[in-house]
Design a protein around this ligand. Structure first.
Ligand SMILES: [Cu+2]
Length: 171
C-alpha cells in the first residue's frame, strides 16, 4: 500500500513537472522578423531548461542556432541547427546562452538576432529531490508491511489454536 502511494506520488510529479515548462513565442505577435528588438523581448523573461521557443515567420527568413562568435559576426555558415519552415520550435535542453540569427542577407546585422540565457536552477533541483525521496520509502515500507503481516498471522494462529483447544475442552 505504501509502495503504491509512492508510485502514485511519483507519477503525479512526472506529470506536473513538464507542464511547468513554458512555451515562448519569439517576438510575441510580431514573430520572427526584421525591425524587432529581441533583446527587449528577452529582457523581462526568465528561461529555464525544458522551455520551448517558437519562431513564427514568413518566407525569406531562417532560424539558425549559432555560436556566440557567429552571433556577433552574423555568420550562419557554421550554424548548429537551421530551419526555414516558417514555424520553428526549439526546445531549450541545455543551460547557458543560446544564439539564434536569421540567415537571410542583412537581416541579422539589421537586428534579427536573438540571444536567450537559460538558467539551470529548475532542472537541477527537480531530479535530486525525486532521487533522494525514492529510496527511503522503498526500503522502509516492505520491512514494515512484512513485520505487521507476520504478527497478524501469528496472532491469528494463536487465536485459532486457542479456539480449537477451547472447543476440544468443551465438547
Ligand atoms: Cu530574416
Amino acid at each position: 500500500m505504501a509502495l503504491a502511494r509512492v508510485v502514485c506520488a511519483m507519477l503525479v510529479l512526472y506529470c506536473v513537472v513538464p507542464s511547468l515548462a513554458t512555451v515562448y513565442t519569439v517576438g510575441d505577435t510580431s514573430g520572427w522578423t526584421t525591425g524587432v528588438d529581441y533583446s527587449t523581448w528577452t529582457s523581462d523573461k526568465t528561461f529555464a531548461v525544458g522551455d520551448t521557443l517558437v519562431f513564427n515567420y514568413g518566407g525569406g527568413h531562417t532560424v539558425d542556432e549559432v555560436s556566440s562568435g557567429d552571433y556577433s559576426s552574423c555568420s550562419a555558415a557554421n550554424s548548429i541547427n537551421s530551419d526555414s519552415s516558417g514555424a520553428t520550435s526549439v526546445s531549450l535542453k541545455k543551460a547557458g546562452t543560446h544564439y539564434f540569427i536569421c540567415g537571410a542577407l542583412g537581416h541579422c546585422s539589421g537586428g534579427m538576432k536573438l540571444a536567450v540565457t537559460v538558467g539551470s536552477s529548475t532542472e537541477t533541483t527537480t531530479p535530486s529531490t525525486t532521487t533522494t525521496a525514492t529510496p527511503t520509502p522503498k526500503t522502509t515500507s516492505p520491512a514494515k508491511t512484512d513485520s505487521s503481516s507476520s504478527t497478524i498471522s501469528s496472532s491469528m494462529a494463536v487465536l485459532l489454536i486457542g479456539v480449537t483447544l477451547f472447543k476440544m475442552f468443551l465438547f
